[in-house]
Design a protein around this ligand. Structure first.
Ligand code: ADP
Ligand code: ASP
Ligand code: MG
Length: 822
């Protein structure tokens, strides 16, 4: 029969219910296995002992009370689970141990200090009691079992402040103890051990995983199972990254690397003894034993997207940077530096040396920072006084983020992807190290960025979807159309790994927020019934959350107040998409500041729909410029309303009548002067002009307003009533044009080397501008390349559906910028 080691962690032992689940797991194994059950202490017990030790030097009464709390917890589990006799026996054991422990506490309070030996003796007691409790429970459940105290078995030697296991002696001890009484199951304490000279010690916090693999090694076990409270080793810390996946297979080296960089699920040293005898380690969930778990073994798996297996972070570090020109070419500097750290017991977590040898930079625990600085300064005292070393700097509050995977070796682009994901999330990289094994790439970042960074890199590697947290501001016609389009398209996009999550809607009165995602089916009803009062700052805070790498605000208002917030949003790394023309026509200084902020924070401000609604006008212009073309002139019918008016105005009917008709059909603004003044077109002219680098302000555009000066300052009704008086002027113009076989069009003209203006012009009937339909927009780009024949973009340039479609296209553009492969 094969021997299998099963180790149960604190959460798998925490309550009577969990202990019964453990019994079931072991029972199901006994037919085919001889089991060694390694137990850690019930959850929280080791920490409770740490607290008790903390109190023991000063207030021995309090320490005693804390000890009683711990023993009572054990007693109550025993009463619930064991037979009366067993429970009594267990209580006797506790009472006897309690006497010993109280004596120790008394001596600690007497000397005012807890020695290392006493410390280790105390914190190991949780394991000792848990093992006996589990053993008794096994017996009660009909499992033939005995318990072993690892303090009599596992022998360690203390060398250079580190416990090294004496494999030979420990193996002999274990084998002889097990052989003594042949039982189906043996329960043994994890974590605790004994030194060669007989003192009680431990393998260090979380060390019972290590105990389990040591025992597996000694017994030549078939496998080691580590039972915990998660489904296996995950691609990221499940407490930080909400959408992690279970890694089905890892090599020993990968698992070691993940553990080294902070994946708490398995203790760092666990892999070594197993690797030596090629014993597979399984990480399994005691809450869901039916799940497969993670297998850690020597074979490389070829899982899909397995280049990077997982990401971890390790915090509370600082970076020490030693810099100086005098270091260049001088041999042995690094050796002396790290030698000095080692001599002072400072563990160096990561080293990154610039190839220039001009500086050496390494990460150490925050708690060691003063000691490290002192010992570096002492070591290089001479070099510092000779100015060969100019600076020893410490950067506090750093975190290492590590990407781990065997198959990163030779896979092109892994680091590029990692760095660009960090860049896009606005995370600054302080130092980089690539382990010589290339099994790991580590970057040092600021502690405050660590959650965002971990989530961003995790999603960049498709371990979770390319997810955008979207907030829509403004639920008018464009906003509504957009929501409806998102509702119908989002499920399809999810299949392409683009996860567009509308997590908030707001208008000027009310707002709706959802933690995960808003159901959009009946959003307008929800907004009416269950929404809270609108509060923009709160809205924005809820859209930008750490567990979703990218936040996007979509401003579907025409509000200046909303636009005035863009700067601060971009500063926070939030992306903005909008058909609102206010921001891109801000005074040039503010406009430039917006652009600069976006660049600095890698946050995008997209406003394709401010000109020509869904037509790809700004995008095309950008591409022309980026590919080295030069714009000579842009000319266009840029307003759907004015296109409509001059499409219908042919001199047969008076102009005022056509305005009235258009107004009644909702084709104009409520006050038609907003259209007729040409200001809307002026803004579009400015937006396009700025795209080609012209520094224009709206008041620098010459406008031929269609509003008669006499009617500028009257009410809307008076305006409508007064307009017919001016019909003759317009009729005159159309008649003259017609006589030349031309039509009238109200256009914007951008001229990089001259005057940009908005005016009524006439075009020959063969000109493309003459042949547009009702509310079409048309833009002609005359460039160095498109010189004889301008490049023309034409199509419906107004209306909620096409505008919303354009906004949607901007969302997809953004997701491409952020790394999706749409
Ligand atoms: P046990 O008490 O069973 O030893 P631990 O608390 O020591 O359990 O370790 C399991 C915990 O490790 C999980 O609950 C999880 O929160 C945390 N953890 C951190 N990183 C990872 C990771 N990459 N994969 C799985 N769990 C992780
Ligand atoms: N109980 C010990 C601790 O909490 C050992 C372990 O759980 O692995 O550190
Ligand atoms: Mg653990």
């Amino acid at each position: 029969m094969k021997t299998v080691v099963h180790k149960f962690g604190g959460t798998s032992l925490a309550t009577p219910e969990r202990l019964l689940a453990l019994v079931e797991i072991i029972k199901s194994r006994l037919e085919s296995e001889r089991v060694l059950v390694v137990v850690s202490a019930m959850a929280g017990v080791t920490n409770a002992f740490e607290n008790l030790i903390g109190a023991s030097a000063g207030q021995s009464d309090q320490a005693r009370r804390l000890l009683c709390d711990i023993t009572s917890a054990f007693k109550s589990s025993a009463t619930e689970l064991l037979s009366q006799e067993q429970s009594q026996n267990f209580s006797d054991i506790l009472a006897k141990d309690q006497v010993d422990l109280e004596a120790i506490l008394g001596s600690i309070s007497l000397v005012g200090k807890c020695s290392e030996q006493n410390h280790d003796y105390l914190i190991g007691m949780g394991e000792v009691w848990t093992a006996q409790l589990v053993n008794a429970l096994f017996k009660k459940s009909g499992i033939e079992s005995k318990w072993l105290d690892a303090r009599e078995i596992l022998i360690v030697e203390n060398r250079n402040n580190e416990n090294t296991v004496d494999f030979k002696k420990s193996q002999q001890n274990l084998n002889s103890s097990i052989q003594e009484a042949e039982t189906q199951a043996t329960v043994i304490t994890g974590f605790v051990a004994k030194t060669a000279d007989g003192a009680i010690t431990t393998l260090g916090r979380n060390g019972s995983d290590y105990s389990a693999s040591l025992f597996g090694n000694f017994l030549d076990a078939h496998s080691v199972h580590i039972w915990t409270d998660v489904d296996g080793v995950m691609s990221g810390d499940p407490r930080i990254v909400p959408e992690v996946e279970v890694i089905s297979e890892l090599t020993y080296q990968e698992a070691t690397e993940l553990a080294y960089f902070g994946a708490k699920v398995v203790h760092l040293k666990t892999m070594l003894p197993a690797l030596e005898k090629d014993i597979p380690i399984w990480i399994k969930n005691s809450f869901h034993p039916e799940k497969r778990g993670t297998k850690i073994c020597s074979e490389k798996s070829d899982q899909s997207h397995s280049r990077v297996k997982g990401f971890t972070t390790i915090g509370q570090l600082c970076l020490l940077n030693v810099e100086g020109r005098g270091m260049i070419g001088v041999p042995g500097i690094a050796a002396r530096l790290f030698g000095a750290m080692n001599d002072n017991g400072i563990s160096v977590v990561l080293i990154s040396q610039a190839s220039s040898e001009f500086s050496i930079c390494f990460a150490i625990p925050m708690s060691e920072k003063d000691k490290a600085r002192d010992c570096a300064e002492k070591e290089f005292h001479r070099e510092i006084s000779l100015k060969m070393i100019e600076k020893i700097e410490i950067e506090e509050d750093c975190t290492i983020l590590a990407a781990v995977g065997d198959q990163m070796v030779g896979t092109v682009g892994v680091s590029a992807k990692l760095f660009s994901a960090l860049g896009k999330a606005g995370v600054n990289i302080r130092a980089i190290a690539q382990g010589s094994s290339e099994r790991n790439i580590s970057v040092v970042i600021k502690e405050e960025d660590s959650v965002r960074a971990l989530r961003a890199v995790h999603s960049a590697f498709y371990l979770s979807n390319q997810t955008l947290s979207i907030g829509i501001i403004g639920t008018g016609v464009v906003g509504s159309a957009l929501i409806n389009q998102l509702q119908s398209e989002a499920p399809l996009l999810k299949k392409a790994h683009v996860d567009l999550r509308v997590r908030g809607l707001t208008n000027s009165r009310k707002m709706l927020l959802a933690e995960k995602e808003l159901p959009l089916e009946n959003w307008s009803q929800q907004l009416q019934d269950s929404a809270g009062p609108a509060e923009l700052a709160k809205f924005v805070d809820s859209i930008q959350v750490d567990h979703i790498p990218h936040a996007v605000l979509i401003d579907c208002t025409t509000s200046e107040t909303v636009a005035s917030q863009y700067q601060s949003w971009l500063e926070r790394g939030i992306h903005i998409i909008t058909p609102n023309k206010k921001a891109p026509t801000f005074p040039i200084k503010e406009y430039r500041a917006l652009k600069a902020e976006g660049k600095k924070m890698s946050s995008h401000l997209l406003y394709e729909t401010t000109v020509g609604a869904g037509l790809p006008i700004i995008g095309t212009l950008k591409e022309l410029i980026q590919t080295g073309d030069e714009v000579l002139q842009i000319e266009g019918v840029l307003s759907g309303t004015l296109a409509y008016l001059f499409y219908h105005f042919d001199g047969e009917r008076p102009f005022s009548e056509i305005v009235k008709e258009a107004r009644e059909q909702g084709f104009t603004e409520p006050d038609p002067r907003d259209d007729l003044s040409g200001m809307d077109i002026v803004r579009k002219v400015v937006i396009l002009a700025r795209e080609i680098g012209m520094e224009l302000e709206t008041d620098q555009i010459k406008v031929d307003s269609l509003v008669p000066p006499e009617l500028e300052n009257v009410s809307v009704d008076e305006f409508m009533a007064g307009l017919p008086k001016f019909d003759d002027q317009y009729t005159q113009k159309i008649k003259e044009a017609k006589a030349r076989n031309e039509v009238l069009r109200y256009v914007g003209i951008i001229n990089p080397s001259g005057e940009s203006r908005v005016e009524l012009r006439s075009y020959d009937s063969s000109h493309p501008f003459s042949r547009i339909k009702a509310t079409d927009n048309i833009v002609a780009f005359q460039t160095r390349r498109y010189n004889q024949q301008p490049l023309i973009i034409q199509g419906p340039g107004a209306g909620p559906e096409v505008t919303a479609g354009g906004v949607f296209a901007d969302i997809l553009r953004l997701s491409r910028y952020l790394g999706s492969s749409l």
